[in-house]
Design a protein around this ligand. Structure first.
Ligand SMILES: [Fe+2]
Ligand SMILES: [Fe+2]
Length: 152
C-alpha cells in the first residue's frame, strides 16, 4: 500500500463519520456532539500525519510548493472550524449550521486532495517514496491516536 491508498482509506472513514453525524436526530444533540468529537480526533490525526509526510514532500519540490502552502492553509481553516464547533455555548441550531459549513469545507478539501493533489503528487513522488511515506504516515497517526487515548 502507498500513501495515496492510505489517505483515500482515511478519507472514506472520515466521510462515513460525517454522514453518521448528519443522520443523528437533531433531538439527540448530545450524541451528535459526542460523535463529532470522535470525528475531530480522526481528522486531527489524519491532517497532522498528512502535514508531516505528503505535504512536506510536496513542499520540497518547486512544482508543488504552492499547492503544499494552500493545503496547509486549508488544514488551518479546518482546525479553526472544528474549534468553533467545540464551543459548548453554541445553541443546537447554531451548531448544526456551523457543522453544515464545516462538512462542505472538509468534503471539498478531500475531493481536491484525491483529484488535483494526487495527480500533481504523482509527478514528483516516486512509487518507492510513496511506500515510505505511507509507513511514516501510519506511525504519525498511531502516535497521535495514542496521545488522544492517554488524554481521555
Ligand atoms: Fe488534508
Ligand atoms: Fe486528507
Amino acid at each position: 500500500m502507498d500513501i495515496f491508498t492510505l489517505i483515500s482509506e482515511d478519507h472514506g472513514y472520515i466521510q462515513d463519520l460525517l454522514e453518521q453525524i448528519c443522520l443523528i436526530n437533531p433531538r439527540n444533540h448530545e450524541y451528535k456532539i459526542a460523535s463529532f468529537m470522535k470525528l475531530r480526533e480522526a481528522v486531527i490525526a489524519h491532517n497532522e500525519a498528512e502535514d508531516g509526510t505528503l505535504y512536506i514532500a510536496l513542499n520540497a519540490y518547486p512544482a508543488t510548493k504552492e499547492t503544499a502552502k494552500l493545503l496547509y492553509n486549508e488544514h488551518e481553516e479546518i482546525n479553526a472550524a472544528m474549534s468553533a464547533l467545540s464551543n459548548a455555548a453554541l445553541t443546537p441550531h447554531e451548531w448544526r449550521k456551523k457543522f453544515s459549513q464545516f462538512r462542505h469545507m472538509l468534503l471539498a478539501h478531500i475531493a481536491n486532495e484525491e483529484n488535483k493533489v494526487f495527480t500533481e503528487a504523482h509527478h514528483v513522488i516516486s512509487p518507492e517514496m510513496a511506500q515510505e511515506l505511507r509507513i511514516s504516515m501510519e506511525e504519525m497517526k498511531y502516535i497521535k491516536q495514542e496521545l488522544f487515548h492517554k488524554a481521555s
